[in-house]
Ligand binder design. Structure first.
Ligand SMILES: Nc1ncnc2c1ncn2[C@@H]1O[C@H](COP(=O)(O)OP(=O)(O)OP(=O)(O)O)[C@@H](O)[C@H]1O
Ligand SMILES: [Mg+2]
Length: 335
C-alpha cells in the first residue's frame, strides 16, 4: 500500500538516501531500524511530505503522493520530542488538528473522548495542562493527537526513546495492542533492535543510506543476509577460518575459507543432534546476569568466545574449567 520507488533524497550535495525501493503492506507494522545517521528519519520525512525526494516516487494505494502537501496525505506522525503545545490542556492539544479543520465542536468533543479512552487518558487528565504530565503521559497525548485525525498511516519516529526503560516496555506493549486493534498501517523508526524485534511484522535494516535487508524479525535475526545486519542485530562470536576448518574436519560439513559468525546463544554445553560440531575451550571469566551466566572462554588457538548458560541454580563452572561446546553447523553464518 506504500511504495518507495527508486527514491533518492539529498540535503544539498549530500545524498542521504540512494535508490530506496520498499513496499509496505496495508495494516503492517513496519520498522526502519539502523544506527544513528543511516537515513531512517529522512525516509520517514519524505513519506510524510516534509522533504521532497530528489529522484523517484512515493505511492500510497497506487496514488503518486511525491508532491502532495503533507496535510493532504492523511498521515499521522509522532516524534521523539513530544512537540505538544505546552500552554494548552491535554484536551486542547488533542483537539487542535480538528479545530484547524473546522470540525464542529460537538464532533470534536466526541472524537477527543473516544481517542482518549482508547489510549487510556482519563477524563481528569484531559483537563490538565500538558506541562504537568510525565514524559510517558505526554507521549500518549502526542499519539492521541495524531490518531484523532483518523490517519490511514501512522508514522512514529523514536517515540519511546526519551522514556525510562520500564515505561518504554509498558508503552511498547500498549502500542502493539493499539496497532492491532486499529489495524492501522504503521511505520516505526528506531535504533533499538529489541524494540524492532518485538513490535514489527517486518523490519528494514538501514545502513548508511541503504537498506541491507527487509524481513520478519525471525528472518532478520536467524538469517541475517549481510555482515552488517548480523553484527547490528544480536551478539555473535566470530570464528576464524582456522577454527572453522578444525571443528568441521572429518565431517561432511565444509565452510568457506574465511571467518564465520555464530550467535552467542547458539553455542551450547549439550549435544543436541548427531550433526552437531564441537570444540574445546577453557573458561577465563564469567558474568553473573541473573537469568543467564555469560562465560568468556579461550579456544586452543587463543581466540576468545562468549557462551551463555541459563542459570539453573546448580551449575557452577569456575575460571580454568575445561568445557566442550556444541553447535549446529548451519548456525554459522558466512559472508
Ligand atoms: N537537515 C539536514 N541537513 C543536512 N544533512 C542532514 C539533515 N538532516 C539529516 N541529515 C544527514 O542525513 C543523514 C541521515 O540522517 P537521518 O536524520 O535520516 O538519520 P537517522 O537514521 O534518523 O538517525 P538518528 O537515529 O540519529 O535519528 C545523516 O548523515 C545526517 O547528518
Ligand atoms: Mg532519526
Amino acid at each position: 500500500m506504500i511504495k518507495f520507488d527508486n527514491i533518492e533524497i539529498s540535503y544539498g550535495d549530500f545524498v542521504a538516501i540512494e535508490n530506496l525501493n520498499l513496499e509496505i503492506e496495508e495494516g503492517e507494522f513496519f520498522t526502519f531500524l539502523g544506527p544513528s545517521g543511516c537515513g531512517k528519519s529522512t525516509t520517514l520525512r519524505a513519506l510524510v511530505g516534509f522533504l521532497t525526494p530528489s529522484k523517484g516516487s512515493i505511492f500510497v494505494d497506487s496514488k503518486d503522493i511525491t508532491h502532495t502537501e503533507p496535510e493532504q496525505r492523511g498521515i499521522g506522525i509522532v516524534f521523539q520530542s513530544y512537540a505538544l503545545f505546552p500552554t494548552m490542556t491535554v484536551y486542547e492539544n488533542i483537539a487542535f488538528g480538528l479545530k484547524v479543520k473546522k470540525v464542529s465542536p460537538d464532533i470534536i468533543k466526541a472524537k477527543v473522548y473516544e481517542v482518549a479512552k482508547k489510549i487510556k487518558i482519563s477524563e481528569q487528565q484531559l483537563t490538565r495542562n500538558v506541562s504537568e504530565l510525565s514524559g510517558g503521559q505526554q507521549q500518549r497525548v502526542a499519539l492521541a493527537r495524531a490518531l484523532v485525525l483518523e490517519p490511514t498511516i501512522l508514522c512514529l519516529d523514536e517515540p519511546l526513546s526519551n522514556l525510562d526503560a520500564k515505561l518504554r516496555i509498558d508503552l511498547r506493549k500498549e502500542l502493539k495492542r493499539l496497532q492491532k486493534d486499529l489495524k492501522i498501517t504503521t511505520l516505526y523508526v528506531t535504533h533499538d533492535q529489541e524494540e524492532a524485534l518485538t513490535l514489527s511484522d517486518r523490519i528494514a535494516v538501514f545502513n548508511n543510506g541503504y537498506v541491507e535487508q527487509v524481513g520478519s524479525p525471525k528472518e532478520i535475526y536467524n538469517a541475517s543476509k549481510t555482515q552488517f545486519v548480523c553484527e547490528f542485530i544480536g551478539d555473535s562470536n566470530v570464528l576464524s577460518a582456522e577454527v572453522l576448518q578444525e571443528i568441521s574436519h572429518g565431517t561432511d560439513y565444509h565452510y568457506q575459507d574465511k571467518e564465520g559468525f555464530i550467535r552467542l546463544e547458539r553455542l551450547r554445553f549439550t549435544r543436541e543432534s548427531e550433526r552437531d560440531l564441537s570444540c574445546q575451550a577453557v573458561v577465563s571469566d564469567y558474568e553473573f546476569e541473573g537469568i543467564l551466566i555469560k562465560y568468556t572462554a579461550k579456544l586452543a588457538n587463543g581466540d576468545t568466545i562468549f557462551v551463555l548458560e541459563k542459570n539453573d541454580g546448580i551449575s557452577n563452572r569456575e575460571i580454568g574449567d575445561r568445557i566442550t561446546l556444541y553447535l549446529n553447523p548451519d548456525d554459522v553464518l558466512q559472508y
